[in-house]
Design a protein around this ligand. Sequence first.
Ligand code: 5GP
Ligand code: MG
Ligand code: MG
Length: 183
Amino acid sequence: MDASHVEQDLVNVLFTEAQIRERLAEMAAQIEEDYEGHDLVIVGILRGAVMVMADLARAFGRHVEMDWMAVSSYGSGTKSSGVVRILKDLDSDISGRHVLVVDEIIDTGLTLSWLTANLSSRNPASVEIATLLRKPEALQMPVDVKYVGWDIPNEFVVGYGLDYRERYRNLRDIATLAPHVYS
Ligand code: 5GP
Ligand code: MG
Ligand code: MG
């Protein structure tokens, strides 16, 4: 794969940087309204949610604490392995606190369904989920998602934190990859 030319690997831009910024601002406004008067900790799921966390957090006009978890549910390719492991746990104690898990995409729902159960066992005041993207067709586990940026078709997407083999995370837009990239 040519390391220097990213654009030729992309098929179709689904969401531009500007569209993402606008949608996150709407989501942040809704979240602010819903959690008004309450302490809130947002938990980003590394590494994919880094961009969403950065932009969502800065769209808030309120105080918000940011914490991180790293879990692994995927191998290096495009399919779920079905196994969730905590690679990095929260730094903070969330008991009695309102927790909003922030992710960039929900595919099967396996990761977040496991994660919210894990977080709920730590006696928080509440646990909710915000995700920029959701693939409804691929949902295999029941996950109650409070905030969704967009529902998208069941296609593999990259950019804005989303990788294919650790590439394309730093794209500003969200796009699908050309078939030649996979082969
Ligand atoms: P799930 O457990 O819901 O199937 O997916 C968990 C993780 O798989 C997501 O947080 C993301 O890291 C990865 N994933 C799922 N769908 C896609 C996709 O279309 N593109 C990329 N780059 N990653 C995805
Ligand atoms: Mg993720
Ligand atoms: Mg990945």
